[in-house]
Design a protein. Sequence first.
Length: 917
Amino acid sequence: EVRARAAALVREQPWGAAHWERLAEGAWFDGMESWLPWLCAEEHLLPDLCPPETVVLACDPRRLRDRAQELLEDEAALAATLAATWGAVGETAPRLSLPFDRLLAHSPSGATSVLSSPDAPGTPALAATGVDPVVGTTAGFGHRLAQLRADGYCVVVAADGAGSARRLADALHAEGVDSTADRIAPGVVGVVVAPLERGTVLGGSRIALVAEADLTGRRRVHRRARGARRSVDLYEDLAPGDHVVHQTHGVARYEGMVTRAIGGSERDYLLLAYKGNDKLYVPTDQVGVVRKYTGGDVPTLHRMGGADFEKAKARVRAATREIAQELVVLYRRRLATPGVAFAPDTPWQREMEDAFPFEETPDQQAAIDAVKADMERPVPMDRLVCGDVGFGKTEVAVRATFKAVQDGKQVAVLVPTTLLADQHGQTFRDRFANYPLRVEVLSRFLTPAEQKRVVAGLAAGDVDVVIGTHRLLSEDIAYRDLGLLVVDEEQRFGVQHKERIKAMRANVDVLTLSATPIPRTLELSVTGIRDLSLVSTPPEDRQPILTYVGEYDDRVVGEAIRRELLREGQVFYVHNRVQDIELVAEQVGELVPEARVAVAHGQMDEGRLEQVVLDFWEQRYDVLVCTTIVESGLDMPMVNTLVVDQADRLGLAQLYQLRGRVGRRGQRAYAYLLHPPERVLSEEAHERLRTIGEFTELGSGFRIAMRDLEIRGAGNLLGGEQSGHVAAVGFDLYCQLVTEAVAELEGLTPEPPAEVTIEIPVAAHLPVGYVARDDVRMEAYRRLAAVTEPTDVADLRAEWEDRYGPPPAPAEALLAIARLRVECVRLGVRSVTLAQRAVRIRGLALKASQTVRLQRLAPGAKVGAEEVMLPWPGAPDRAAAELADALEALVPREVADATGSTGSAGSAGSAGASGSG
């Protein structure tokens, strides 16, 4: 019904056609709830959904009423804007929000308790006082907590994270104040992990709640629970009709996900179509053998079981040996080059890191740890940190920089634009403000005399950290003792610049930061020559950017700018032609007369450009009409709308970087990527715009780089000879073959992945009614196939329950089989088959003591050479869970680890567990 109504609105309300079409197709997108009033005739109020006994507490009703009125006025203003733009909406626009008093009137009768202000008569008072912040030495807050404890208070310290809790407990212990995480009781200081902004002391109850910020002075931004946070899956964009590569059978067309019942087992399968109408059903626990094809032109399908793919693989394998030799030479040269082994972290390092005003995301912390480990080795570091704009790559560089300077080394940070150099300079100075470090910026914003002073400081060793553009690559730049080179957005530098960078990196540690790495960098990273860290977890308040791709229309642009001005935000309008940029700025001013418009481009006088950007930062302008000079790294928190007027002329990575400039402070952001209506677009331009519109999820940078390789063809990026090999087997398998060839030359023979077949007649899959979207189910299956520990399975189950609700029986069975597979891989089991009330386990070698234990656990069990038969009178749907428990009890994890009886070294993630036999 909703989809039919949306389809009708395409004709009735053309101003919203792009959104109506998506809703009519049943597509989900962020902000879709805003269109609900047009799609649903009936009103549904929140109190209508509450149980009859619900109590509604309205705290500070005056403020609530005022805020509600603001929302209604914003909606009315937006309706007026739509009317002025399209002439078809006006005051007839249905409302998403209703007056606050009407909401209260619909609340359960007599159950609404409205709390007045604290000073109003009759307001109940608690004997509560705030906690006076004790910022400074640990002795200060240790004394404060000891005093509260001595006064008989039950003291609870709420830390922002496990690391913070550990540090606070250590600091308290050093001051002679014992604390515990096990219990909360009078006379005890309990340190717990909990979100608390400010502390309070309840005198009557003798309870003191103390926030971490009360002790350290830092306010942390709290991030959502682990289960609600999504990390990027590099291949989750697989859709029916896409070409894929199966490791054994070659290139096929992905037809979608289907559910099949075979021999009592009901499972999900990936359906692949091959040449000659051959079909292959791949169990979802084998998704690791299927990858999306990336390589340029549309590939030819292989025949399933034919020799074509094996021949192609053999040709590529032979060619990759030559490539591998070149890569191994590079790798060995790097290993043979003497580098600097930096010292472990100092107390200053830990203090500086503790001052970071955010909680590190898990993969950001992993990247930081990996960089530090690289720096402490005597081999020069060469690591790529790949992550979306705003995901915290700069903080990784900040910590590496501080570590290098602590050892007396200089650090150079190379960035592509002067604006970004200025912004990074401010960031680094702010972070290092309390330490004796000299940070300088070297760019064309400086006068010749100022540049000369910085250059002299570098040569003398007076400058510890220099941040600059390609000016840092000039011949007159000499360092006294350079220890670390940080390259931000390597793909923005030209060939000559890269040659100079290559010369600089001979024996210094190199850290490269990128959101969309170039494929040559990808190749070196994926094949292991260059170390790779992915920072793919978004900040909690970051929202996907709503992206509109289409023809330029004055009405669309006018509405977009007015919508942003209504919420007191700012707009980037990107026009990448300096020749007529002033004319475009005039047109924008005529389109939205109430907007204050400024112009910025790279050919402006340095002082004028800096002043315009500063004025825009201080919100003296509403719209900045600019070139792609704003593409790299600029952090403008009030800019939440982007308009690009000739988007077809920009590259995919450029469009992605530009889009990342908006929505950096939690506000919903909009990107309008427009092209002239009269222009005929090339196939590549069509694909670029389609891709940027498709990849709106946070963390898409790595996948954008892969799609760029696909659109432009490998030949343009990796060279003609290699492009043929990539086209034959796809980029992913190509990199895998190069990796294998490198390992072979190094004398390393990787063990084949463990193969485990599990045949239990039970429905084990994610029902469509539980997880509706195929791409989300695919992501879940990929992650389940990659688990290596029982705790991984438990974490996934908790995440599913958090996102979708309690798992139904088929999903529980799927999780149980995954846990059983983990135990099988650990013990070297090849297969588990349940049939005719007996379980056959192949590949399980038991010691005499374990055989005795098995006979005790399962009377009637038969033990042979690497084979065990167990009687199974129970129900099949409990078999996987109970068998996993039995294997864990039979060979406990610590016993297996101690004796080395862990079976195959392959990971459970690569186990080919079959559900159908």
